[in-house]
Ligand binder design. Structure first.
Ligand code: ZN
Ligand code: ZN
Length: 252
């Protein structure tokens, strides 16, 4: 709490320019997002055909990507129904600037440029529009829970912070409710594990607290193998959620 307050004050006192290109943020809107207009425009979402399962843009495939087709063949399809993944984590941006996505995520996740949460909240809504979920499905947003101890250790969790920005939009026309109904129990860090081990590592480690929505839209910052999303979706479905969508800001 104190740490968060301190970084907010620091950001207020020492505005450090655009989180990606470092240019001065003179415009009110630029300061609001922590990103200059040029950078915001360069992070537009590619409106190409996407894999119906993992949401990554398709290159020469149709319908589902090769990686997801392999999962289908091995009958290890994930528990989620459909994902949208927005930005290539390590790729160049729309304008061809390499490394800018990494910088965008890094400034938020590690540099704690909190105002970027607003930008990402906008992107979550853009992704929602791309998922075209009907209102009658009663979708609600569900954050992917952080590993226990993360908040204590680093003072914040980037997804929880994004959830707060999304929560502020509750009640606006077309907005969704944010339901923090998942909790993560201690497990080994996923980073160094392969897909299968990741999956078993998370087995039973995601638990439901409270009421689950009929239709859930999970959101997370990065998708690698999809096993975290998978485990969250499985936990929700075991508790009665009928359909699970997912939004990942970055994919690698
Ligand atoms: Zn910029
Ligand atoms: Zn795929």
């Amino acid at each position: 709490m104190i740490q968060k307050f301190k970084s907010l004050i620091l950001e207020y006192l020492f505005p450090s320019g655009c989180a990606v290109c470092g240019s001065m943020l003179l415009d009110k809107e630029d300061a609001w997002y922590g990103l200059c207009g040029d950078c915001r425009r360069s992070f537009k979402i590619e409106k190409t055909e996407r894999c119906s399962l993992c949401g990554r843009p398709l290159i020469s495939e149709q319908g589902t990507c090769l990686a997801c087709r392999e999962l289908a063949a091995a009958e290890t399809l994930p528990a989620y129904d459909k994902l949208i993944s927005l930005y290539p984590y390590s790729g160049g941006d729309f304008a061809g600037n390499s490394g800018s996505y990494l910088k965008l995520l890094g400034s938020y996740k590690f540099g704690k440029r909190l105002s970027l949460g607003r930008f990402f909240a906008d992107k979550v809504y853009e992704a929602l529009a791309m998922l075209s979920i009907s209102e009658s499905e009663n979708p609600e947003l569900v954050p992917v829970p952080p590993r226990p101890g993360k908040l204590r250790k680093t003072g914040w969790d980037q997804i929880e912070y994004l959830a707060r920005f999304l929560k502020k939009r509750e009640g606006e026309a077309g907005s969704l409710k944010v339901e923090r109904c998942l909790k993560r129990l201690p497990s080994e860090t996923q980073k160094k594990l392969d897909r299968e081990t990741r999956k078993s590592n998370l087995k039973g480690r995601i638990v439901v607290k409270g009421k689950v929505p009929k239709t859930a839209v999970l959101f997370d910052d990065v998708i690698t193998t999809g096993s975290t999303m998978d485990a969250c979706a499985a936990a929700l479905k075991e508790s009665g959620t009928e359909k699970v969508y997912g939004i990942c800001l970055f994919y690698d």
